[in-house]
Design a protein around this ligand. Structure first.
Ligand code: 13P
Ligand code: SF4
Length: 301
């Protein structure tokens, strides 16, 4: 039996389901029961009947799934798959902002640890941040951890006063406008589609800005035939699959997230066989970090 069949067999035996983000390897996307962006995966996580969730993504995703489903077992193929941005804020700064600004909402990008979520008022993902920030009653918004996404949202919601935090995604931060424009010069008809984790100089030259699902949807529904993709290269698998006749280009230094790539078929098989790498969150932390996640799910409806 090959590894794919072994995983499928074990999945049935263990009453398990596999969730995967678009940034993981193609063979991992292929074995997944649900593939999507962070918002989709967090919604799926609360609707599953299976007892075990194998989360092929990074740690904050597994943590969120566990927080929302305490009775389920959440396994990560590699516990070392951690998002560096998820740690780029701290409780002291949050408290300082609360002391400084009246009428403040601490808005926490879902790409953050449970430790940070517990001090926040609401979570957002790139797919729902504009809608949720607009719906908040507060005038002042302290957006953690991602400064690039915060600047993008601030531009979409000018009626709010944004306070920024210095976090960033190393994978998106590395994308240079010069490299993107070089690809554009070679393919002048191509539309530039970018993730809001990119720096402002990239967003300024983009034709579309959105989450990974948003980028895939835009490219799929567009009459255009060529696209320059400014996000992690894992999305190219779904883009090509759904649009075999369209052309997709990446900047020369292709954006790759080393943590997302830690997920592999061998590691999925291992956690299904052994039950290793279970995500555990203390009850106190879970209760506190669940509130902003649930508020996100409510406000995004
Ligand atoms: P989305 O899939 O929500 O666009 O998130 C991108 C990301 O960086 C996940 O780590
Ligand atoms: Fe974190 Fe960026 Fe990797 Fe997403 S792509 S998991 S934000 S480092």
């Amino acid at each position: 039996m090959d590894i794919v069949d072994r995983i499928k067999k074990l999945k049935k035996e263990k009453n398990a389901v596999i969730l995967a983000h678009y940034y993981v390897r193609p063979e991992v996307q292929d074995i997944a029961d649900y593939i999507g962006d962070s918002f989709y995966l967090s919604k799926v996580a609360v609707s599953l009947k299976e007892q075990t969730i194998v989360f092929c993504g990074v740690e904050f995703m597994g943590e969120s799934a566990k927080t929302l489903n305490p009775e389920k077992t959440v396994l990560m193929p590699d516990l070392g798959a951690d998002c560096p941005m998820a740690h780029m804020a701290n409780a002291e700064t949050i408290q300082k902002m609360r002391d400084t600004y009246e009428d403040l909402a601490v808005v926490c990008y879902i790409n953050s640890t449970s430790d940070l979520k517990q001090y926040s008022d609401v979570c957002v993902t790139s797919a729902n941040a504009v809608k949720i920030v607009k719906a908040l009653p507060n005038k002042n918004i302290f957006f953690i951890p991602d400064r690039n996404l915060a600047h993008y949202i601030a531009g979409q919601v000018p009626e709010k006063n944004f306070v920024y935090n210095e976090g960033f995604c190393p994978t998106h931060e590395r994308i240079e406008a010069e490299d993107v424009l070089k690809v554009k010069a070679e393919h002048p008809e191509a539309k530039i589609l970018s993730h809001p984790e990119c720096r402002g100089e990239i967003l300024e030259i983009s034709d579309y800005i959105g989450s990974t699902s948003g980028i895939i949807k835009y490219a799929t529904e567009s009459e255009d035939q060529e696209f320059i993709i400014c996000t992690e290269e894992g999305v190219s698998y779904k883009l090509h699959k759904d649009n075999p006749d369209k052309k997709f280009y990446f900047p020369e230094s292709v954006p790759t997230c080393p943590n997302m790539k830690k997920n592999s078929l061998e590691k999925i098989l291992h956690v299904l066989e052994t039950g290793d790498n279970e995500i555990l969150v203390t009850e106190e932390l879970r209760e506190a970090s669940k509130k902003p996640l649930e508020r996100m799910l409510e406000l995004a409806k």
